[in-house]
Ligand binder design. Structure first.
Ligand code: CUK
Ligand code: CUA
Length: 665
């Protein structure tokens, strides 16, 4: 045992500390001109990058590597008030209350017929198991669905070819939600179970619904990918810890020579589900939806799921042995090859879908694992890539018959051919690459011009920034026989998986403004003359408008200490790129950044009487700095009545008083 521990640790810590030679001078040829996007010109591709422990998604332009935007998903964003405004707070609700953080690893763009359709982007949250759907018209999180019976939602959010389903596999096996989880940990083998969830996606609206869950042995599900073409009906998952260890997994889950790739016939599962099979289980999970017409999110707590115990449906799930704790599970563009990457294996096994089908038909099994047939390794195997490098993690495809795999330990990208499994090229990456991404590289139609490697360790690549260093993306040109390193740039959070797509597909549908006449927010103020302040008990609703360069009203009196003040801000602008911001002195939340035609609400409870200026935070016009106002707060029990005005000025020195006040009832 200690020997193995030493070996594994040496592999993981010893070797990745090495620095490849010539690290400082590694680009080739006219790399600079290949990534140069002149001022005013657009990038060729959008690149969506998972934020890992930042909980966000960042958007880059490729090939420039310019950061276009950071989208809050499982996070609060003080920049635009996401998660702070009353309208967006419900997006972060869960069955455990508000959870404003998560660990976001994988992204998947929606597909039609196995090709990216540019509509939605799915994102997983690991820690409080959740799937988000982002709307690529607005670049906002449109929906978040919590997943019951799951812990560490890692094998997610991969999709089927027509986005029929998003899947979510649990990393940690745990007792089911409706069972007593208060059991000794060493009853793992008896009480702990794994699940994978199938979430249906409405083809029009994109709305997600937890359809059914599969109850599985207590292993760890790691990654997955949907089949394509001939393998359309199937989904493939990698799993480790077939030892079912619950302590010191680095040793105890590395005992068996092989773990598994799990093949799931989801069409069969769907059939059983539609026949009403499976156990209805009472659970609790949140379903949050952002409505683009009310600019408001709602959160609903759902209470039921259907669980199909795979033991009862023998023709639905199969295991395929896969060497040494597989991580990546990637399906090539033809749908025939399934690549399993064993983190500790010295080879890459490639499985053949047609051979898997033949093995199932002829029952070419090697016994079973907790009732699930185990297909013979050789019977499913297309072949092995020999000596690819050390620590294979993830594979993507160029659509020209080649695959590219990241080697975490030997810090390189390795190109190999699917047909004869020959290694064709290798290129160092700086350093320790996790995922890699070829635009469309997990679809039927990859765009095999670029490859981006997302590296875990940057060490000396950038100017030092104290103990914490940014992680890096590295852009390669893969249009020729040999990979060429073009550039590297720091990234936000810890990127894991990413997606990219031709810029046009997204840009042409991008929302520029929200039409004010379509604004269905119950607190909208349609025009400045309708602005008002209304007291109801100790609640004060401020219906306020914003337009260059003033708020209406901008003088408010009669608010008292302890009142719950709701600022409902409507941005009346109808021009692209004219948001207005709102901040009030000492507010213990964040600003709001309100887009043209939108209404957003900030709640504020003043705790001390006095004068509270408020102002616009976004430099919106030459007179932006004049876009400001005052709110007077009186002590509790004071009898200052509510009043509000705009332009009703007091005497200026040497001038008569003027009254431009807005009409009030
Ligand atoms: S994981 Cu990060 S490198 Cu969470 Cu997809 Cu492999
Ligand atoms: Cu509005 Cu600055």
């Amino acid at each position: 045992m200690p020997v193995l521990l030493f070996t594994v640790s040496a592999l993981l810590f010893g070797i990745n500390g090495c620095k490849p030679k010539n690290a400082g001078n590694a680009t080739e040829g006219d790399a600079a001109s290949r990534v140069y996007v002149a001022p005013g010109k657009y990038d060729e591709l959008y690149n969506f990058v998972s934020g890992g422990f930042s909980g966000q998604v960042s958007v880059y332009g490729i090939p420039s590597g310019r950061l276009l935007r950071v989208i809050p998903v499982f996070s609060l964003d003080p920049q635009d008030g996401w998660g702070y405004s009353e309208e967006t707070k419900p997006m972060l609700n869960t069955s455990h209350g508000m959870v404003p953080w998560d660990d976001q690893h994988h992204l998947e763009l929606s597909q039609t017929n196995g090709e990216i359709d540019g509509r939605w982007l799915f994102a997983n949250g690991n820690n409080t198991p959740r799937i988000a759907r982002l709307d690529l018209k607005t670049f906002r999180t449109a929906e978040i669905l919590e997943i019951p019976n799951s812990a560490g939602n890692h094998s997610s959010p991969f999709i089927t070819e027509n986005t029929e389903y998003v899947v979510a596999g649990t990393r940690f096996s745990v007792p089911m939600d409706d069972k007593n989880g208060d059991v000794p940990i060493d009853t793992y083998k008896k009480n702990f179970k794994g699940t994978v969830s199938f979430i249906s996606v409405d083809p029009k609206s994109g709305n997600m619904k937890l359809a059914f869950q599969l109850l599985l042995p207590g292993v760890d599900f790691d990654l997955s990918h949907g089949g394509k073409g001939p393998s359309h009906d199937w989904f493939f998952f990698s799993c480790y810890n077939s030892e079912q260890a619950h302590t010191l997994l680095e040793v105890n889950a590395s005992q068996r020579d092989k773990d598994f790739i799990m093949a799931v016939n989801w069409k069969k599962a769907e059939e059983y589900f539609k026949q009403g099979k499976g156990r209805k289980q009472t659970v609790k999970y949140a379903h949050n939806v952002y409505d683009e017409s009310t600019h408001t999110a709602t959160s609903t707590i759902e209470t039921q799921t259907t669980v199909l115990d795979v033991k009862d449906f023998p023709d639905m799930v199969y295991f395929i042995p896969c060497p040494k704790s597989p991580h990546g599970c990637d399906v090539d563009p033809t749908g025939e090859y399934i690549v399993g990457s064993g983190k500790l294996a010295a080879l890459i096994p490639v499985f053949s879908f047609s051979k898997i089908q033949a093995a199932i038909a002829s029952k070419n099994f090697d016994g079973d694992y907790e009732g699930i047939p185990v297909i013979k390794y050789e019977a499913a195997l297309h072949g092995e890539v020999k000596k690819p490098g050390l620590g294979p993690l993830h594979t993507e495809f160029d659509g020209k018959g080649n695959a590219y795999t990241t080697m975490f330990i030997s810090s390189e990208i390795v190109k190999w051919r699917l047909s004869d499994l020959k290694v064709l090229d290798r290129h160092p990456s700086y350093y320790s690459p996790g995922h890699l991404m070829i635009p469309g590289g997990d679809t039927k139609k990859p765009y095999g011009k670029y490859l981006i490697s997302y590296n875990k360790i940057t060490k000396d690549r950038y100017l030092p920034t104290g103990p914490e260093l940014a992680q890096a993306a590295q852009l390669f040109d893969i249009s020729g026989d040999k990979m060429k390193l073009l550039s590297d740039y720091p990234s936000i959070g810890e990127p894991h998986y990413a997606q990219a797509v031709a810029a046009d597909l997204i840009a042409k549908n991008s929302t520029k403004i929200f039409k004010i006449e379509d604004n269905k927010n119950p607190y909208v103020t349609m025009g400045q003359n309708n602005s008002k302040v209304v007291r109801t008990g100790n609640r004060v609703d401020v219906y306020m408008t914003m337009i260059r360069s003033h708020f209406s009203p901008d003088n408010i009196e009669g608010v008292k200490v302890g009142d719950d003040v709701y600022f409902h801000l409507t941005n009346l602008e109808q021009d692209w790129d004219v948001p207005h911001g709102f901040a009030v002195r000492n507010a213990n939340t964040a600003e709001l950044l309100v887009m043209p035609g939108e209404t957003q609400t900030l709640k504020w409870t003043p705790d001390v009487s006095g004068m509270y200026p408020f102002y616009c935070t976004d430099f919106c016009s030459a007179l932006h700095q004049e876009m400001q106002g005052y709110l007077r707060v009186s002590p509790k029990g004071s009898n200052v009545p509510i009043s509000f005005s705009l332009g009703k000025n007091s005497d200026a020195p040497g001038e008569a008083a003027q009254d431009d006040s807005i009409k009030t009832k």
